[in-house]
Design a protein around this ligand. Structure first.
Ligand SMILES: [Zn+2]
Length: 184
C-alpha cells in the first residue's frame, strides 16, 4: 500500500505525517553547517543573498549559521567588487613559472603573462593547475620575483589561462605595474 503510493507519487494522507515532512524538517533538525540540533531550520537553497556561498553546499542551517553565512556572502561579494574595480592591463611578458601541477608534478617553465594588475596577473599555460596552487613567477626583464596563488582557472578548448593573486606584491611588482600601467 505504501509502496504503491510512493510509486505513483501520490501524497500519503496527512495523518501519516509524511505529507507534512517537508514542513517539519524546516522546523527542527541538525544544522548542515555546525551539526547542532536546532529547533528552527532555515532552508537556504533559494535565498538569493546567499548565492555567493552556495558552493559550500549547505541546505538547512540554524539561525546562528544563517547569520554567519549572510556575513560571509556579503564579504565575498565585496571582495569580488574590489577585484573588478582594480585596474588591469593586457600585456605580453615572458616569465619563468615554477610550481606543481594538479598531478603534483614539479615544473619550471617559460610562460606568457597576458594581463597584470597591481596585485595579480593572468598567465597563459599548457599546465594543469588547480585553484590554490602556489607558483613562483620570475620576470627576468624586470628582475621581478613574486609568489602568487592560483585563484581561477579558465579552460577554452586546448587553451588554458590562470588568474593569480600575488601573496605579497613587493616593490619589484609595483615597478612592473608602473611600467605598463595605462595612462589616465
Ligand atoms: Zn548551525
Amino acid at each position: 500500500m505504501f509502496s504503491y503510493d510512493f510509486k505513483n507519487g501520490q501524497p500519503l494522507p496527512a495523518s501519516r505525517g509524511l505529507a507534512n515532512s517537508k514542513e517539519l524538517s524546516c522546523m527542527s533538525g541538525f544544522c548542515d553547517r555546525c551539526d547542532e540540533k536546532t529547533s528552527r531550520m532555515i532552508n537556504i537553497t533559494s535565498v538569493a543573498e546567499l548565492a555567493a556561498v552556495a558552493h559550500l553546499g549547505y541546505r538547512n542551517v540554524c539561525d546562528a549559521c544563517y547569520e554567519d553565512l549572510l556575513t560571509e556572502a556579503s564579504e565575498v561579494e565585496e571582495g569580488e567588487e574590489d577585484r573588478r574595480s582594480e585596474p588591469r592591463v593586457k600585456v605580453t611578458i615572458k616569465a619563468r613559472v615554477e610550481g606543481n601541477t594538479s598531478h603534483l608534478e614539479a615544473f619550471s617553465e617559460d610562460m606568457t603573462i597576458e594581463e597584470i594588475s597591481p596585485s595579480g596577473l593572468r598567465l597563459h599555460t599548457p599546465r594543469d593547475l588547480d585553484p590554490g596552487a602556489v607558483l613562483k613567477v620570475l620576470v627576468p626583464s624586470h628582475s621581478v620575483e613574486a609568489t602568487a596563488i592560483v585563484e581561477v582557472v579558465w579552460k577554452d578548448g586546448g587553451q588554458r589561462a590562470v588568474g593569480l593573486k600575488l601573496i605579497e606584491p613587493g616593490d619589484g611588482w609595483s615597478a612592473l605595474w608602473e611600467a605598463y600601467e595605462p595612462e589616465e
